[in-house]
Design a protein around this ligand. Structure first.
Ligand code: LCS
Length: 395
């Protein structure tokens, strides 16, 4: 098959023989079950000797098209669409881990992932071994945490909410040396800006709620990797625990993802402009954006990302109280969690997305109490800057 650029695959990227009526847009197969021609046909589909659909928890044509598209744009052999980003993280974890096992994770991850790793998996006698941000670049420190019961390495990059950048090639080399898979949460970058599999990762996952959907109207997740691993995750977890994406959500993500390239270009360009403006503002103490040369991960981000993405974090002089004043005085930016939408969203990680970390754990993960996170939307950057400038007068 002819090879196209990623921008083209983002728009097309799926086979087009899905409909005899020749629709441009893939049809939405809203059905829980599928008819069999006769008893023998049903038995053959269940036995896997004939191709066909049986039941939407197992497979659905609309969901299959999204999986095909995600695999294509992540450079993976196969993909699985799930009900949420959290069910993507949980499905990978529970398919690869058994009681008594451990895994290695970076300390700064989305708050929900942190609770799953540090509480719920712990209840199942599974240990998350967290690497602190200061050791992300040390192969030696990562290796020191690996033993015979370690099952995978997990990296979120750029990380939520601090925008820490992990060197995927470095973590992949440690993982390979120990014959372990590297799992990367690629939500903040999106497959347009970063393809972890092309630099050595084995499994990539996303909260599709964010940039993939792109319009703030669904909750969803995706997992991508080799056919063998995806089949293992399906068989060991997804098929029987059932956290599948609904066909309607898959259809909306298929629609949203078509504009991923143009959206990520604009999110990234605007975020860089806004981060530079924030860095020069007298009331701003610190800006965390991988595209600023002052950011510790700038060189690695430049190496492994196409652009630097739409997420910024910053601290206002005067700490938490001053930060709250900014959040209470924005008029265009919307005070809300989530990210990757058309609208700019602003929130306070310590009391919102990362409230489940204890103050001690937040400190270890580098999440300060005064940190504000901004998901830069698709509005004109001048309007976002004007909104922040006005809000900062109250700080
Ligand atoms: N991974 C990352 C990096 C995330 O940011 C999130 C959600 C998830 C996984 C989980 O995805 P979900 O189940 O919500 O689809 N992050 C959120 C955030 O920062 N605000 O609200 C949700």
């Amino acid at each position: 098959m002819k090879k196209f650029s990623k921008d083209t695959d983002i728009v097309h990227g799926i086979h087009t023989t899905y409909s005899t009526s020749m629709d441009l847009v893939p049809p939405l197969h809203l059905t829980s079950t599928f008819k069999f021609k006769n008893a023998e046909h049903g038995a053959e589909i269940f036995a896997g000797t004939t191709e066909g659909y049986a039941y939407t928890r197992v497979a659905n044509p609309t969901v299959d098209l999204l999986q095909e598209k995600i695999a294509k744009i992540e450079g993976a052999e196969d993909a699985i669409a799930t009900s949420s980003g959290m069910s993507a993280v949980a499905s990978v974890s529970l398919a690869l881990l058994k009681p008594g096992d451990n895994f290695i994770s970076c300390s700064t991850v989305y708050g929900g992932t942190f609770v799953l790793f540090s509480k719920h998996l712990k209840d199942l006698h599974i240990e998350a071994r967290f690497i602190s941000p200061g050791d992300y670049a040390s192969a030696q420190q990562i290796e020191a945490a690996i033993d015979g019961k370690t099952r995978f390495l997990y990296a979120e990059t750029p990380a939520n909410p601090t925008l820490d950048v992990i060197d995927i090639a470095l973590w992949a080399s440690v993982a390979k040396k120990h014959h372990l898979p590297l799992v990367v949460d690629n939500t903040f970058a999106s497959p347009y800006l970063q393809n972890p599999i092309s630099i050595g990762a084995d499994i990539v996952l996303h909260s599709a709620t964010k940039y993939l959907g792109g319009h703030g109207d669904i909750i969803g997740g995706v997992i991508a990797g080799s056919k063998k691993m995806m089949s293992h995750i399906k068989e060991e977890y997804v098929r029987h625990y059932g956290p599948i994406m609904s066909p309607f959500n898959a259809w909306l993500v298929l629609r949203g993802v078509k504009t991923l390239a143009v959206r990520m270009e604009k999110h990234s360009d605007s975020a860089l402009t806004i981060a530079q403006w924030l860095e020069a503002h007298p009331k701003v103490a610190k800006v965390f954006y991988p595209g600023l040369p002052s950011h510790a991960g700038y060189a690695i981000a430049k190496k492994q990302m196409k652009k630097f993405g739409g997420m910024i974090a910053f601290e206002v002089k005067g700490g938490t109280d001053a930060g709250k004043k900014v959040m209470n005085h924005v008029e265009l930016c919307i005070l809300a969690v989530s990210l990757g939408d058309c609208e700019s969203l602003i929130q306070h990680p310590a009391s919102m997305t990362h409230a489940a970390y204890s103050p001690e754990e937040r400190k270890k993960a580098g999440i300060s109490d005064g940190l504000i996170r901004l998901s830069v939307g698709l509005e004109h950057p001048d309007d976002i800057i004007a909104d922040l400038e006005n809000a900062l007068t109250f700080a």
